[in-house]
Design a protein around this ligand. Sequence first.
Ligand code: NAD
Length: 311
Amino acid sequence: MAVCLKRLCSLSLRSMSTVGFVGLGNMGGYMAKNLVKAGKDVVVYDVNESSVQDLKSTGAGACSTPSDLAAVSDVIVTMVPSSPHVLEVFTGSNGLLKTLKPGTLCIDSSTIDPTVSKDVDAAVRAAGGHFYDAPVSGGVVAAENGALTFMVGGDADKFEEVKSYLDDMGANVIHCGANGNGLVVKLCNNMMLAISMIGAAETLNMGIKMGMERQLLSEILSKSTARCWSIDTYNPVPGVMEGVPASRDYAGGFGATLMLKDLGLADDMADGSDSPIVLGKMAKQIYDELCKDEKFAPKDFGVIFKKLSEQ
Ligand code: NAD
């Protein structure tokens, strides 16, 4: 709190907006760093102290609770794992809403249940702020390179202002309509991604077991009709690509448990809209099985290849 109050005093002498960032994990850490690099005045909070220290070393300020952070922020970006974490950060006993300044722009980039996002939107409005759901696509490499795609839901009138901050972290910032629509698009994307990753893993595993060299097989599929992001950008076979989780024993990246969470959210969305998703439900079952094994659960979702190759 003391650190934040000091910042508040010094900020009152400046006109620059302060951007608060909550959730400095695989994605949020890089996103917050990109805001710092872009010259924004950034303050951060995470339950994990070592992530906070990492951001402090790049020039960000640190706060000891979300409510301390809200007290000094004009714009707040949140990037935490799932719906309960977002509710805790906004409405918890030390949550953002305790001290939110009127007019604060709240941008939640976490992938969560669209109905929870709408509830948080209502609570932020009641507190005098503005709320946008802005989930992302692109993974940790795009987060690091400031090349994310943001799918934004919320009122059109402040979209350009929201975009001006997201532009520092992404290459594409797209308004999808009313609040919750960004998440609808994101869950469609991730259901398709899970299906394509399982398809890529099954295909590559079969080809390799039939004697094909892994690099050559991947190269040919990348130039053929099987081409997809899971093969040509985020290949799940160790040793085929540098810089992807598969080449560091699936460390970092997009956790299998986060993918399972998104498939659960997509499943609920499909049930609620009477949409048949046969493959989506199968993908959920496959990731559910995978995550029951503690050897695979903490790894990147491409670890499905490793599971198949060990069978
Ligand atoms: P992560 O688990 O690496 O990071 C989450 C961070 O939130 C951690 O640092 C954690 O300590 C922090 N946190 C948890 N609860 C908190 C709380 N109450 N207050 C403050 N901080 C808290 O997750 P991630 O991979 O960065 O993903 C974040 C979100 O982005 C998820 O919703 C995920 O589905 C989505 N996403 C991830 C990827 C990816 O490739 N990793 C891609 C697109 C979208």
